[in-house]
Design a protein around this ligand. Sequence first.
Ligand code: PLP
Length: 348
Amino acid sequence: SAFDEFTPPKFPDLSTVKARLVWNENPHGPSKMAAKAFQDNVWDGNHYSWSSLGELVQKIADKEGVSPENIMMGPGSSDLLEKTALVYFSEGGNVVSGDPSYMSLVSVAKAAGGSWKALKLTEDYQHDLDAMEAAIDEDTKLVYITNPNNPTATLTDTEKLKDFCKRVSKTVPVFVDEAYLELAPEGLDASMAPLVAEGYDVFVTRTFSKIHGMAGLRMGYMLGKKESLEGINKITRGGMGIAGPTIAAASASMDDEAYLTMCKDKIKEARDYTTSYLESRGFDYMPSSTNFVIFPIDMEGDAFLEKIYDKKVVVRAFKFWDQNWCRVSMGTMEEMKYFTDAIDEILV
Ligand code: PLP
């Protein structure tokens, strides 16, 4: 398996937590414009939201340079990862993906009847595209790539990934999960979305949970080839799980560029603070293109979590490659200071 999850100690009561750095949320959101649009829209809650959803799809199509038929909507990108896995693996087959990587699609693929071909990341924590390509066989139904990756926060080289997608998608569809890409220094310049417009059998997912600060409001979308999306929609319909007020909020958030820039800047400030701290204390860490940082720790994960929970700081611990790791999400600067104080007391 990609990593051993711990059986962590009892999770602290969230209302008492001083630094909530565990789910890669955005502490600055949602945008005020989005919140207002959400509230205003509640009174249309007796109606299904097909027309406003259609307008949002058109707005996303214009932004991404695709047509509306290349878009499938969901209440968060999890919904789309899981629906794709259900449809592609209901008759078995294997999914090729990185190790470690985000497990939502892979877990549902396995539960639906598929198997997982896990390919260890390279020495510099990128996807090992050569090994992944070599692992594809006649039973491979999908290649899944998280870029930037979770839990490692690392980006795979854009040109190499683009070449890989172009070549491989002629044989098997390539699914690129770009949940964190807006937060990478490269931003959407590193997106594989243009390949969808060019007709390749590539899926790209985005979420409003990260840069838009709407994790609790639930909105995401998937770009893909028209025929491939139709194949999924035929079995499990996109869009049906989305609340009308969330549609209004998402549309307003897309227009609030000042807010999106502020989030990206503040997340970068927290990331720079955290990595400078880790350097000053002699920790290694993986280069981060996201709103979280992962670094190796010399303590078992459950013991570490018990100590840091006691300080009312919540983070994740992982174990992979025979190493324990702490993954910390980027919170407010105040939260990051709680975190670095806690690390000073526990590990330094
Ligand atoms: N993909 C990746 C890589 C993630 O880390 C997450 C959430 O943390 C998701 C997808 C799912 O997020 P959501 O369902 O909120 O869009």
